[in-house]
Design a protein around this ligand. Structure first.
Ligand code: FES
Ligand code: FES
Length: 214
């Protein structure tokens, strides 16, 4: 029977072999041009990413592990998009990518190379608010405001989903044209959490833009 130190040594070297094999497999599978560029020893390797953000072309060199949320906030300084849970559970980080809403904390920036992204800063300006932003102000669709950029981006995309007949779990007949209703809206917005509980006012704001009663 091996001594305790021998067992530990074996466990360590076995772990090292497995980690080495996994790294080699990944390296072998990736084409050379997609591998992170080598940098002087100790520096974090980066990869180029091209994004069109709010209509502006941006080029970044990012650590491949950078989320889209961190790319927007930390590298492009677009801090309107908020980090709530960083785990895909609150919707504070919602942005519109290629016309669809996503949680930017759950997506690597590299996955969006070449994509068109709209953040809250791209929807409107303080002088010229997007109708959804104006409706949130009109209906007091917020209290602390932390969830608001995500709520607004999500709401804009929701109305577009309904227009495009994208089904939801509320519609009985998924082939029928999705009709706007309070239930429908609440289902579609259920990924956007508001800790202040401004849900009723948010629903009124979205219904106002949709031209319906909440
Ligand atoms: Fe992305 Fe909460 S920060 S879902
Ligand atoms: Fe405070 Fe929604 S307004 S979390």
């Amino acid at each position: 029977m091996p001594a305790m130190s021998d067992t530990a040594e074996f466990a360590l070297s076995r772990r090292g072999v497995l980690a080495g094999s996994a790294a080699s497999a990944v390296a072998a599978a990736a084409p050379a041009e997609t591998m992170p560029q080598r940098t002087p020893s100790g520096a974090t390797p980066t990869m180029p990413v091209r994004l069109t953000v709010n209509g502006e072309k941006r080029e970044l060199a990012l650590d491949p592990r950078t989320t889209l949320l961190d790319a927007l906030r930390e590298h492009l300084h677009l801090t309107g998009t908020k980090k709530g849970c960083d785990h895909g559970q609150c919707g504070a980080c919602t942005v519109i990518v290629e016309g669809r809403r996503i949680n930017s904390c759950l997506s690597l920036a590299l996955q969006h190379d070449g994509d068109e992204i709209t953040t809250i800063e791209g929807l409107g300006t303080p002088d010229k608010l997007h109708p959804m932003q104006a409706a949130f102000v009109k209906h007091d669709g917020y209290q602390c405001g932390y969830c608001t950029p995500g709520q607004i981006c999500s709401a804009v995309a929701v109305l577009d989903e309904i227009k495009r007949d994208v089904p939801s779990h509320v519609q009985g007949d998924l082939t029928a044209k999705a009709r706007f209703s309070n239930m429908e809206l609440r289902e579609r917005m259920s990924g956007n959490i508001c800790r202040c509980g401004a849900y009723s006012n948010i629903a009124e704001a979205v219904a106002d833009v949709a031209g319906e009663r909440a």
